[in-house]
Design a protein around this ligand. Structure first.
Ligand code: IMP
Length: 201
């Protein structure tokens, strides 16, 4: 089977490719493999709405194939669950990961509370070749470290310490993330569904 991942985020794509590499029957492509593609604005107010926007924009060009769109983000308890759907643009429309992380730490410092609880959420929408919509969700609980640590991954990985761990995702690296992250949890439900329907073995 051919699956098209509706993302322009290299970090995310890397994680999908690493997980799917062991399924030799699955060929992975992304929107950057399309000759012409322009991403639609993420105007949704929920992860699900934005995941649909992304998946549909690729499905419109790859109607006969499997298409996966995903929207994810970080919700911090003491910040009223922000940055949420704004995670990629928290510090501004074209903000770099380092700027988003700096803003997050600053906002948490302003709140000065001891509550550093946070969750990563991933909402995944898959369209089958027959255009059936499948929805999967993954959640990863953790805390926000006051200092950056680690160099692997992307986004908020350098400040997110998963529950039960003492290191950040950027220290734990891709081997940990492809087993246990919010993205991995949503993806494993999709893979289970594919196995159930014998698309893969
Ligand atoms: P999206 O591409 O609009 O879904 O943006 C998701 C944003 O949430 C990313 O740009 C990151 O800032 C953040 N994010 C989502 N998943 C992760 C992750 O696994 N690690 C670190 N940051 C993440």
């Amino acid at each position: 089977m051919e699956i098209w991942i509706a993302t322009g985020n290299k970090g995310k794509l890397e994680e999908y490719k690493l997980t799917l590499a062991k399924f030799l029957e699955i060929k992975v492509y992304s929107q950057s493999d399309l000759p012409v593609f322009s991403a639609k604005p993420e105007t949704g107010t929920t992860f699900l709405e934005n995941a649909r926007i992304k998946a549909k924009s690729v499905k419109a060009l790859k109607a006969d194939y499997w298409v996966l769109g995903e929207d994810s983000g970080l919700e911090v308890e003491s910040l009223n669950h922000l940055p949420g759907v704004h995670s990629a643009r928290y510090a501004g429309p074209n903000a770099r990961d380092s700027e988003n992380v700096a803003k997050l730490l600053k906002m948490m410092q302003i709140r000065s509370g001891a509550n550093r609880q946070a969750v990563f959420k991933c909402m995944t929408v898959v369209y089958t070749p027959q255009n059936e919509e499948l929805i999967f969700e993954g959640v990863l609980k953790g805390t926000i470290s006051p200092k950056l640590a680690g160099v692997m991954g992307f986004g908020y990985d350098p400040v997110f310490v998963p529950e039960g761990e003492t290191k950040t995702l950027a220290e734990l690296g891709p081997a940990w993330k492809i087993q246990k992250s919010h993205r991995a949890l949503a993806l494993s439900q999709f893979l289970a569904k594919l196995k159930e329907t014998t698309v893969i073995s």
